[in-house]
Design a protein around this ligand. Structure first.
Ligand code: DAT
Ligand code: MG
Length: 158
């Protein structure tokens, strides 16, 4: 009965296709609580300054996958456009969010899930969700740091 946090991120394809509202809506209707939200995009002219933030979000985020052949493609994809970063809170939210999201390969994801309803390719699977309460904490912490970095970057550049 412990309240958990999970890090949900609408990936660039989801943002581009206008699915942010649809995805938020599914978590809201389920009854979880939204406790953080930020659209994140690395401004091109600030690429150097933002490298740390992007690095945190992408390389650190997917560090378990670094050895995989698809890793470079994955990083290119995930940095290809704005992403919407969210923190959702609730009892059992981590496992429940994974169920709402569906299997990694959208062709194997059940109908009724986000990936099952809205995606076709593994490399364009619309949304990320933490896979354990520990990773929920870790990824949420990284998100807060990211927001902080982003605000500082905006302050410096304004
Ligand atoms: P999930 O996103 O369901 O947690 P994961 O953590 O195993 O899946 O992988 C992270 C992302 O990496 C996944 O959403 C899409 C990409 N990916 C995973 N396996 C892949 C594969 N075999 N080919 C291409 N991309 C893959
Ligand atoms: Mg994963």
């Amino acid at each position: 009965e412990q309240v958990e946090q999970t890090y949900i991120m609408v990936k660039p394809d989801g943002v581009q296709r206008g699915l942010v509202g649809e995805i938020i809506s599914r978590f809201e209707r389920k009854g979880f609580k939204l406790t953080g939200l930020k659209l994140f995009q690395c401004p091109k002219e600030l690429a150097e300054v933002c490298k740390f933030a992007v690095g945190l979000m992408c390389h650190e985020h997917y560090k378990d996958l670094k050895a995989k052949s698809f890793y470079p493609t994955l990083i290119d994809y995930i940095t290809s456009g704005p992403v919407v970063c969210m923190v959702w809170e609730g009892v059992g939210v981590v496992a429940s969010a994974r169920k709402l999201i569906g299997s990694t390969n959208p062709l194997q994801a059940d109908p009724g899930t986000i990936r099952g309803d809205l995606a076709v390719q593994t490399g364009r699977n619309v949304v990320h969700g933490s896979d354990s309460p520990e990773n929920g904490k870790r990824e949420t912490g990284r998100f807060l740091l990211l927001v902080f970095k982003h605000i500082i970057t905006e302050m410096i550049s304004s």
